[in-house]
Ligand binder design. Structure first.
Ligand SMILES: *Cc1c(COP(=O)(O)O)cnc(C)c1O
Length: 404
């Protein structure tokens, strides 16, 4: 039985190899940090500067998080061996839900094992065939999948395009024999991860008001560092009180382990506790992760230093790369795309960078549009100014090496 399938899969894998899109994982043998030891599978790693983690605030190996995790291991054990509603809720889970709500200024929060699960949980219980979900074309895969799990009518608007969003909102009026959609929600990433662009949340909220729609923002690439207190892109745009639902991850700026949440309107969160399938049928977050995430939120809420360091590094990198004649996508986010256009060129530059001790990743079609291949650099508060300059110098040297 398996023989035929084995041949088919072997051919499929070979096709991926031939297309040049086969993903090889680098194996890291140190904590995640600005400097890591990493190498190809089966070979010794070398120390490299890391510019491709989502470790925006440098908390992945922060001593406060490690201490909190260790204490939780001692006092609350390793695992819960249960989902939340059976016997998997510790006081720590409730404390983290409260703390996220306070941090985002929302009514309530529900935890998930990941933001992928949060996005998988949030749509199906709220939106059915009479409803409309309007989604940005560049939204994260987990939003796309979560929306698919609902029976709502789906609409898609061009990335960050308010004109097209308006057109989609208008077309929801044809639903239910011209009575219009019963419930309408606009769904967007706060930050688009391939470009570092922010969603135009002020304009989105204006349209939501005009059309009586809800707004959901997945702020995974912003929570903890965008906005004056780190509450994310809605805070950055001054529209926090107009956002009905946030989703987000603890797996990026807030320690980088795992876990996600839906935060926002109290009744919605209450309903998700009763009917959200990844909440009902997947294990509770481990106590050590919950405790360390609480420590991460304390650090973030207690000081603006980490955010300031992150944006200093991002500004420095953008300025120096521009001086050296590289083409960047403009912006303010710590995701800085260095544009090369040609996929093979971007790949060769990334390889040359690694030989020079700087770990970055090239992205090309189909992850980004054809002809828009790039190296996506991600800055961290953990980088020093010297690290940033070393990355710039590696780009300069790699460009020269590849062009010769
Ligand atoms: C990273 C990311 C996720 C996934 O988060 P996990 O907690 O790792 O599942 C979801 N949405 C967006 C926008 C992301 O950037």
């Amino acid at each position: 039985m398996y023989t035929d399938l084995k041949d088919q899969l072997t051919a499929e894998l070979a096709q991926i190899q031939e297309a040049g899109t086969f993903k090889h994982e680098r194996v890291i043998s140190t904590p995640q940090s600005n400097r890591i030891t990493a190498g190809p599978l089966g070979r010794d790693g070398a120390e490299v500067l890391n510019f491709c983690a989502n470790n925006y605030l440098g908390l992945a190996d922060h001593p406060d998080l490690l201490a909190a995790a260790k204490q939780a291991l001692d006092e609350r054990g390793f695992g819960m061996a249960s989902v939340r509603f059976i016997c998997g809720t510790q006081d720590l889970h409730l404390e983290l839900e409260k703390k996220v709500s306070a941090f985002l200024s929302t009514e309530d929060t529900i935890l998930f094992s990941s933001c992928f699960d949060a996005n998988g949980a949030v749509f199906a219980p709220l939106f059915g065939p009479k409803d409309a979900i309007i989604s940005d074309a560049l939204n994260h895969a987990s939003l796309i999948d979560g929306i698919r799990l609902s029976k709502a009518v789906r609409y898609r608007y061009r990335n960050a395009d308010l004109e097209d969003l308006r057109a989609q909102l208008e077309s929801t009026r044809a639903q239910n024999d011209g009575a219009g959609a019963r419930r309408t929600i606009i769904v967007t990433d706060g930050v688009f991860s391939m470009d570092g662009y922010l969603a135009p949340l002020d304009g989105i909220c204006d349209l939501a008001d005009e059309f009586g729609a809800l707004v959901l923002v997945d702020d995974s690439h912003a929570v903890g560092f965008m906005g004056a207190t780190g509450a994310g892109t809605p805070e950055h745009f001054g529209v926090s009180d107009r956002i009905d639902l946030y989703t987000g991850t603890f797996g990026k700026a807030l320690g980088g382990a795992s876990g996600g949440y839906v935060s926002g309107r109290g009744e919605i969160v209450a309903l998700l506790r009763q009917t959200g399938r990844p909440y009902l049928f997947s294990n509770s977050l481990a106590p050590s992760i919950v405790a360390a995430t609480l420590a991460a939120l304390d650090l973030v809420a207690g000081s603006a230093d980490l955010r300031a360091a992150l944006f200093r590094n991002a500004e420095l990198f953008r300025r120096r790369m521009t001086e050296e004649g590289f083409e960047l996508l403009e912006g303010e986010h710590a995701i800085v795309p260095v544009m090369f256009g040609d996929a093979a060129l971007a790949g060769r530059i990334a390889d040359a960078m690694l030989e020079r001790g700087v770990f970055v990743t090239a992205f090309s079609y189909p992850v980004v549009p054809r002809g828009k291949a790039r190296i996506r650099v991600q800055l961290s508060a953990a980088h020093t100014e010297e690290d940033v300059e070393a990355a710039v110098q590696a780009f300069v040297a790699s460009r020269a090496a590849v062009q010769n």
